[in-house]
Design a protein around this ligand. Sequence first.
Ligand SMILES: Nc1ncnc2c1ncn2[C@@H]1O[C@H](COP(=O)(O)OP(=O)(O)OP(=O)(O)O)[C@@H](O)[C@H]1O
Length: 752
Amino acid sequence: MQSVDMDITGEVSPSSSSSQLIEAPGVAEQQTMRVYLRVRPFSKEELSEKEDQGCVLIENSQTVTLNAPKGSATLKSSEKGIGLSIHKFSFSQIFGPDTTQSKLFEDTVKGQLSNFLDGETAVIFSYGVTNAGKTYTIQGSQKEPGILPRVLDATFHYISSRQYKGMDMKPHLRNDVQHLNPDQVKQERSAKAAVFASVRDECDSLRASGCSDFDSCSSSALSSCDQHNASDQSDCSQFALWVAFFEIYNECVYDLLQTSLYSKSKKRASLRVCDDGAGNAYIKDLRWINIQTLSEASRLLQFGNRNRSAAATKMNQSSSRSHSIFTMKLLKIDGSSVKRISEFSLCDLAGSERCNKTNTLGERLKEAGNINTSLLILGKCITALRNSQTDRMKNGYIPFRESKLTKLFQSVFCGKGRAAMIVNINQCASTYDETLHVMKFSAVAKQVLQVIPDKHLESLALCLVSHDGKPLVKNGVIASQALESYLSEEELLNEEDEADMTLLPQNELVGMIEGLRIKLLVERRRNLVQEMEIRKEMGDAMLQQLMESEELRSQQIEELKESYQEKLENTFEMYKDAIKEHAYQSAMNNLEDDYVPLDEFLREQEKVEALKHKVSELENLMSTSVDHLLCTTQPQKGMDSAGWLTVRTADDRCNQLFREKNATERMCEDKQKLMELSDTLQKVRESFLEKSADVEALQRKVDDQEKSLEEALRQNFEKDQEISSLKARLTELLQKSPMQPKTKRWPMLRRR
Ligand SMILES: Nc1ncnc2c1ncn2[C@@H]1O[C@H](COP(=O)(O)OP(=O)(O)OP(=O)(O)O)[C@@H](O)[C@H]1O
C-alpha cells in the first residue's frame, strides 16, 4: 500500500513559487530563499548496477515526487505504518538530468551575479549527499564549466576596460578596505607572484593532460550581464577583484591559498573567525589575492584544489568531508576611494550523509560530528529563521554562532545579502534515504524569507547586530538587553571569538567595550579563583572517594582470591585422595590372592622346562630298557645261576624305573599346576596393566586440574599487577589534576 505525502512546504501554490517577491518602493524587499533542485544523470556504472528504480519523478519545473524503492528504510518504515513511501516537494526551479551548465547558470545564479556587480552580497550553497554533483555544479569540468568559472568570466567581462591595476586597496575585515603603502603593495605583488610561481608548472602539465582549466571557458553565457549593467559603463569608476579560497574541516578554517600549505612536513595552521566589531564575522589572516584575468582565477582555483586534496590525503580524509568556500570581493573604486564592496561566495558543502553514519570511530567520529555540527546548525538556523518569520510573536534565538559556517554567513541570512541553495541529488536507489533527508532540509530552507534592505537607504555607518541580526544600537542608543545576550558569559570566555575592538570607529562604543573588557578581566579572575577552589575541593573529595573504593576493591579481590585458592586446593586434594584410594583398592582386589612376583614365576617356569626335559629323557630311556628287558628276560631252558642273576638285576632295574616313573608323574602334576598358576598370573598381569592405564588417565586428569589452577593463579597475579599500575596512574593523575585550569572539564567533574 502506498500513501502520498504532500509536504507542507511542497504544496505547489502561488505563494510558494519561485517568484515570491514583496516589494515596496524605498522599503526593504522580501523574498523567500531561492532553493533550486538539480538532478544529476545516472552514470554508466550506476545503470549497470540497477540503481535506476524510478525513485525520482520530476512532475514539472517546480514539483518532484520521490518514491521509496525496495529495501530502503523509508519503505520499510512506511510498511510498518510509520511515515510515507511517496513524498512530494516543490522548489524554486527544478533542473533535470539533461540540464546544461549554461542553462543552470542562466536560471539560477545570473540574477545573483547582477546583484553582485551592482554592489550586493550573495552566497550560493551547493548542498547534497556525496556524489550528488555538488562540485560539478560549482566548478564543473573543462568542457562544461560550472557556476564559479562563469561568474568569474562574467565579472571580468563586466569590468574589462575598467580594471583597477593598482593593488593598493585591499579588502580588510569583512566589509572594510585597507589602503596599502608602496611597500605593502610590493609585498602583495611578490606574495601573488609566489603563489603563481608554485602553481605555474602544475597548471601547464594539467593543461597538457586536458584536465579542468576554465581559462578557455566560453563567455557566451554572460552577454546579458553587460546589458544589465549598461548604465554602470557610463561612469568612470574602476573595479578591483580580490579572491580568497578556504575550507572548513572539523570546525577549523584552513586557507587554501597559502603556499606553505603544500609542504608535507608542516602541520597546516587553522585560522580564527573573528568579529569585526560591527557584528560581521571575518577570517583573520585569510589571504586575499587580487586577480586581473580569468587565467589567474583558474590557476588559483587549481592551486586551492590541489592544496585541498593534498591536505585531505595527508589527513587520510576525503575532500568531500570539508566545506570549501570560494569568495570574491569586488571593490568599486572612484579616484582614490572605494565607493562600495560587494561579495560573492560559492560554498561547496560537505556530503550531508556523513551525519547519519553511525559506524564511524575515532577521528572519523569527530569528523562526522563536526560536519554534522555545521550542517545541523545550518539547518537549525534556517528552521529558526523560518519559525521566527512565520510566527511574528516568536523572537527565537538563532544559533548562527554555534558553527563557523553559519557564523560567517550570518549577515547574509539576516538581510545583508541574498542566499540561494542548489540542492544536488542523484537518482540512485541505494542512497534514497539520504536523498530524502536532503529534500526535507531543502523544503524548510525554501520557506525562509529574506529581507533585503533597499540599498539606497542602507547606512554606510558600522552597525552592531545581535545573534538574530537585529541592531544593538538604535538611533545612537544601546539596547542593553540585546547587548547582555550578545556578550553572554559563554561568549566572553570563548577566546577564539573575541572581536577586534580597536577597530571600532565610534568613541562611545570603544569606551563601552573597554568597560566590558575590564569587567571581563575581573570576571575571569574571579572565575579562575573560584575554579581553582572548586577544583581543589572536588579533587580532594574525589581522591578520598577513589582511595576508599580502591581499598575496598583490593580487599574484595584478596578475599575472592583466597577463597578461590582454598576451593581449588580442596578440590585438588580430593581428587588426589580419590585416585589413590581407587588405585589402591583395585590393586588390592586383584593382586591380594594371586600375586606372584615375576622373578619367582620365571624361576618356576625354568624348573618346569628342565623337568619336562628330564621326563622326556626318562621316557626314552624307559622304552629302550623295556624293549631290551623283554628280549633278555625270556626264561630259557637250561639257564644257569648267572642267568637268574641277570633276571634279578633286571627286576631291580624295573622297580627303579617304576619309582622313577611315579616321580616323573608327580612332577608332571606339579608342572600342570604350574601351568595353571602361570595362566592365572598372566590374567592378573593383564588386569594389572588395565588398572595401571586407568590410574594413568586419572593422573592426567589431575595434571590438567593442576594446570587450570596454575592458570587461575597466574591471572589473579596479573590482575594484581594491573590494579597496582592503575593505582599508580590514578595517584599521578590526581597529583596533576589541580594544576590544569581547563574550564571544559567541569561538566565531567560535576557529573561525578
Ligand atoms: N549534471 C551532471 N552531469 C554529468 N555528470 C555529472 C553531473 N553532476 C555530477 N556529475 C558527475 O558525477 C560525479 C560526482 O559529482 P561530484 O564530484 O560533483 O559530486 P559531489 O556531490 O561533489 O561529491 P563529493 O561530496 O564526494 O565531493 C562526477 O564524476 C561528476 O562529473
